[in-house]
Design a protein around this ligand. Structure first.
Ligand SMILES: NC(=O)c1ccc[n+]([C@@H]2O[C@H](COP(=O)([O-])OP(=O)(O)OC[C@H]3O[C@@H](n4cnc5c(N)ncnc54)[C@H](O)[C@@H]3O)[C@@H](O)[C@H]2O)c1
Length: 453
């Protein structure tokens, strides 16, 4: 049987998962922790393409090949408290003398001098196995499954409603977006944790069914009219529910834009628009299968379909924000820039100027508009892993974190207090929400004092 080159040397004689710390061969505890994190990033229950050493995001590599995995695990098993392992795009450079307070591993991924730092050169060097893209937590060994993105999306939705709708209680708020894929699949779960009505579209039936089976999408709907009526009822009854619509999000935007009453309060989009013409964004008017064929057989025509779809999507969104008080934000997927490139009415004026020429988008990105205020309070994400692998330990740490937040809240200013409250809600409900996939890990936002405590 042929084996793909990246799969050579993949270990099959033991399970790939985070084992309790005591089971790792190591002379130094920190090195054992890193072995645990690496194996968690490669756990088939956690990783997107575990055989190809990809943890998430389509190309977030842990190593370039499995031989590197064996070398790194060997180095980590031999490392002392006074050594540091240097990593270079998956290649271990060796153990270097350091000291006990130094980092045990230092990592760089995809580092290339500027003259060679182009997409074409990257693809070539990646194919040669001499560079890799580590995403944020794949090549740094600290991915903790989908929990991180569920938390980030929950905090974003809560703060968007607070800042732009003036609402602390999200009962009856409708959040409409697209994408039930790798990261975007967090949206329906975040909507219900936030206490609102989440309506998320996906053209891919498998993505929808997966999120439904997992319990993150409560209900599936297959017809636009039925969907609009179902959402109106959920809004009226202030139901906390996530509805997954199978179909193109543009059809939903246009249907809500035709409605007389205000239905949608918050809007976003999390299709893979960083990759619009190769399957990241499916245009309205073509089925999923038709798109798959056309993008390969007639890419020029397919591009026209994508751009027309973006123009229609923006036109409907504009109608809703102008007449119906909906708040729309870009969710870090290049929606605004691709809509501009498609000629959609996404700029504040019609001068045709892009952002680089001083033009301004009609809508803001979530980092700038929503999360910036939170980050500027010193609040940001931090995560921990219970190396025992025991869920009871995680429960104990959740309780410790909640008790510290309750205490810090008493003396916090009004804005910081709200952030503590959002995170208290998260940590109190975390166990019940069953967010753990892989290692017994938790994510939380806090300021420096809370993180340190
Ligand atoms: N905001 C953040 O914190 C954050 C974090 C990670 C990723 N991202 C970005 O979000 C985007 C999505 O990431 P992902 O991992 O979920 O990608 P993904 O490709 O796994 O999922 C995107 C989904 O959108 C669906 N889709 C595409 N066009 C559609 C349309 N017109 N109507 C309905 N559904 C459609 C696809 O079928 C797919 O399931 C990427 O661009 C990524 O870079 C943002």
């Amino acid at each position: 049987m042929l084996t793909a080159p990246t799969c050579r040397f993949r270990p099959t004689e033991y399970a790939m998962k985070a084992f309790p710390l005591s089971e790792y061969p190591a002379k130094c505890k920190q090195a054992a922790c890193i072995q645990l994190m690496i194996m968690n990033n490669l756990d088939p229950a956690v990783a997107q393409f575990p055989h190809e050493i990809i943890t998430y995001g389509g190309n977030g590599s842990v190593f370039s090949n499995w031989a590197q995995y064996h070398l790194v695990m060997k180095y980590l098993s031999e490392m002392s408290d006074e050594q540091t392992l240097a990593m270079y795009s998956g290649h271990p450079m060796g153990l270097f003398p350091s000291h006990s307070d130094a980092p045990r591993v230092i990592i760089t991924n995809g580092m290339v001098i500027p003259n060679y730092s182009s997409k074409e050169m990257y693809e070539k060097m990646y194919a040669q196995g001499v560079t890799q893209y580590g995403q944020m937590t794949a090549g740094s060994y600290c991915y903790i499954g989908p929990q991180g993105i569920v938390h980030g999306t929950t905090i974003t939705v809560l703060n968007a409603a607070r800042k732009f709708l003036g609402k602390e209680d999200l009962g009856g708020v409708v959040f409409l977006s697209a994408g039930l894929g790798g990261m975007s699949g967090a949206q329906p779960k975040a909507a219900t944790i936030s206490g609102c009505v989440g309506l998320i579209a996906d053209v891919d039936i498998n993505a929808l069914k997966k999120r439904h089976a997992q319990g993150w999408v409560n209900e599936m709907v297959f017809d636009v009219k039925e969907c609009v009526e179902r959402v109106k009822k959920a809004k009226r009854d202030k139901e906390v529910v996530s509805i997954g619509y199978h179909g193109n999000v543009v059809d939903l935007w246009e249907a809500f834009a035709e409605e007389d009453e205000d239905v949608v309060d918050l809007g976003s989009d999390q299709t893979s628009l960083h990759n619009p013409y190769l399957g990241g964004y499916y245009p309205v008017g073509l089925t999923f299968d038709e798109s798959r064929v056309m993008m390969k057989e007639d890419p020029a025509k397919y591009k026209e379909y994508v751009q027309e779809s973006l123009r229609r999507q923006v036109a409907a969104i504009n109608k809703l924000t102008e007449k119906k008080n909906m708040y729309f934000f870009d969710y870090g997927n290049a929606f605004l820039v691709e809509a501009f490139r498609a000629g959609a009415e996404i700029m504040q004026d019609n001068s045709g100027r892009g952002v680089e020429d001083g033009g301004k988008f009609r809508y803001e990105s979530y980092v700038q508009a929503i999360m910036g205020d939170v980050f500027s309070l010193g609040f940001g994400p931090f995560r921990w892993v219970c190396c025992s692998g025991d869920p009871k330990d995680l429960e104990t740490t959740d309780k410790i974190a909640a008790a510290i937040f309750e205490e810090l809240m008493e003396t916090a200013g009004e804005k910081a207090k709200q952030q503590y409250l959002d995170n208290l809600k998260w940590i109190r409900e975390a166990m019940a929400n069953k967010l753990v996939v892989g290692s017994e890990a938790r994510i939380l936002y806090s300021n420096c004092e809370g993180r340190t405590r």
